[in-house]
Design a protein around this ligand. Structure first.
Ligand SMILES: Cc1cc2nc3c(=O)[nH]c(=O)nc-3n(C[C@H](O)[C@H](O)[C@H](O)COP(=O)(O)OP(=O)(O)OC[C@H]3O[C@@H](n4cnc5c(N)ncnc54)[C@H](O)[C@@H]3O)c2cc1C
Length: 306
């Protein structure tokens, strides 16, 4: 991208949000849980709905590609980085409100904070998500799930920005939730606010369920090392981790990326992994699993750039 065009872009963005929330030459390993990835020229941290809408309109107007991230916990950015603008919607945009048995959260609120707020207000239904390290916006886009529950079970309404910069409201079935996907992903919508309906429950029981799920996570998942969670979608009738283990890949490594010995569905960064190592390992696993079992694995993690 030509420099003068980028200068014009930055000047326009500066008229919308303060300079300290426009970051330049950002290493994406600092914004992703896998801790790999190259440089993004500009990363923006909007803090209100209007800023998001106005920024999108500028980017559309100038025909500059953009990508929205939350906590970067399901994301690998290539070593070459990304030549567009990254809009990070996380703790810069994260208010949570409770009204009766409804919670409304701005999309950058963490799942942990939303689950905790639900618990403190005697609301049950978000326990499954308390240990998922993403934002509520990322979770709705991905239809994140665990322990038999998914975001689709609790989300009633989502306020989004579309690819033309217009605000729109999705209700119930309009979200088109499927396994680890949604209309939001398919139509490249940006989630700005999420409404969830929960059920009344006992604080102690909700707390105990959260504690139990999080103990299970610590026992089964390699939380001590950087990762992007389960790399592959669950193929119908199989478990990705078991297929990978049966293909003899437990502990298999390429560079600094390794199939976790604790949970074969996870790729961990042993310290010096590059995005290239992780992506090569993903491809190698797909190939080996297909050779060994005939099952085609599809990656759940998103890959940006390259
Ligand atoms: C240790 C660990 C455990 C995990 N366990 C689980 C689990 O049990 N279940 C599960 O489902 N996932 C799990 N994950 C994966 C991940 O946490 C979830 O997918 C989470 O919902 C992603 O949220 P995020 O904010 O980090 O999104 P990102 O990783 O930042 O983005 C993921 C996708 O969502 C899109 N997105 C992000 N924010 C928005 C927004 N506001 N509007 C529109 N699109 C957006 C991005 O463009 C991208 O396509 C785990 C990850 C880790 C590291």
């Amino acid at each position: 991208m030509k420099n003068d065009r980028w200068c014009v872009l930055i000047e326009k963005i500066k008229s919308i949000i303060s300079e300290d929330r426009i970051l330049h030459d950002v290493p994406m390993k600092e914004h992703t849980s896998m801790r790999v990835g190259g440089i993004v020229k500009t990363l923006i941290l909007p803090s209100c709905k209007k800023e998001i809408v106005d920024i999108i309109k500028i980017l559309i107007d100038m025909n500059i590609p953009y990508y929205v991230i939350g906590n970067g916990t399901n994301l690998i950015v290539s070593d070459e980085g990304y030549s567009g603008v990254v809009i990070k919607i996380a703790d810069n945009f994260a208010d949570i409100n409770v009204s009766g048995d409804e919670i409304t959260a701005l999309s950058g609120a963490s799942l942990a904070a939303v689950s905790n707020t639900a618990m403190l207000n005697s609301l049950s239904g978000m326990e499954f998500a308390s240990g998922i390290p993403g934002t509520i916006g990322g979770a709705v886009a991905m239809n994140a799930g665990a322990y038999g529950c998914e975001m689709k079970d609790v989300v009633t309404e989502t306020s989004c920005v579309d690819e033309q910069g217009n605000l729109l409201l999705l209700k119930g079935a309009e979200h088109d939730f499927t396994y680890r996907s949604s209309r939001i992903q398919k139509k490249k919508l940006i989630v700005v606010e999420v409404k969830m309906r929960l059920q009344r429950g006992e604080i102690s029981a909700i707390k105990e369920k959260m504690r139990y799920f999080n103990t299970c996570r610590r026992e089964k998942q390699p939380l001590e090392l950087p990762s992007a969670g389960s790399v592959f979608k669950r193929p119908q009738g199989f478990f990705a981790g078991k297929l990978i283990e049966d293909a003899g890949l437990r502990g298999y490594r390429i560079g600094g990326a390794k199939i976790s010995e604790k949970h074969c569905g996870f790729i961990v960064n042993t310290g010096d992994a590059t995005a290239g190592d992780v992506i090569k390992l993903i491809e190698y696993v797909k190939e080996r699993v297909y050779q060994c079992s005939g099952v085609i694995l599809e990656h759940e993690v998103k890959i940006l750039g390259g």
